[in-house]
Design a protein around this ligand. Structure first.
Ligand code: PRP
Ligand code: MN
Ligand code: MG
Length: 191
């Protein structure tokens, strides 16, 4: 069974730091989208925590929708091809869309998603992510709102999982190498 105390290596971003940053980002979004009709789109499952916190920190009215996607093919995400497991419920033509993610790792998921959203003729598409790994990025992503840049280490918590566990940690930490057998390849976190 998981023992959080032993599986966690160290806290990278504390709960307080995360909450303060989300409020700061929410203030920018409030200003940028004042008077506009905004749809925030969370990418399941990792984005649930930031979606819930961000939505409650916003003062402008928004609608919320969700996408669920999966990387295509076994054991690799390198193709950047993504399979849609759950599409939007909403037609986004003419609407302002903000894609919300927990993390930009290689950038392949958001690159594909942003392109997919733009093909539906929205008024705009922007991206918000809690954290980004600059050293892991394979595709440059134009991110309007990013919480923190983090080192290319195996991170868990605040939506981020290892084998579906640790998502409910209220902070972001690094996973002890003994849990996943060492190494820092981001591909290791993919099933
Ligand atoms: C993780 C994370 C992002 C994506 C980032 O999702 O939540 O969605 O990978 O990686 P990338 O930048 O290399 O594409 P995952 O596919 O693990 O699904 P999950 O959200 O259900 O954990
Ligand atoms: Mn995800
Ligand atoms: Mg995951």
């Amino acid at each position: 069974a998981a023992d959080m105390g032993r599986d966690l290596e160290r806290v990278l971003i504390s709960e307080d730091e995360l909450q303060a940053k989300i409020k700061e980002i929410a203030g920018k979004i409030d200003a940028d989208y004042a008077g506009k009709d905004l749809l925030i789109v969370g990418v399941l499952k990792g984005a649930v925590m930031i979606m819930a916190d961000l939505a409650r920190a916003l003062r402008i009215p928004v609608e919320m929708d969700w996408m669920a996607v999966s990387s295509y093919g076994a054991g690799t995400r390198s193709s950047g091809v993504v399979r849609v497991l759950k599409d939007l419920d909403t037609d986004i033509a003419g609407r302002h869309v903000l894609l919300v993610e927990d993390i930009i790792d290689s950038g392949l998921t958001l690159s594909w998603l942003a392109h997919n959203m733009r093909s539906r003729n929205p008024a705009s598409v922007e991206i918000c992510a809690a954290v980004r790994k600059p050293d892991a990025v394979k595709v440059p992503i134009d991110v309007k709102y990013v919480g923190f840049d983090i080192p290319n280490e195996f991170v868990i918590g605040y939506g981020l999982d290892y084998a579906e566990r640790y998502r409910n940690l209220p902070f972001i930490g690094t996973l002890a190498p003994h849990v996943y057998g060492g190494g820092t390849e981001s591909a290791a976190e993919k099933p």
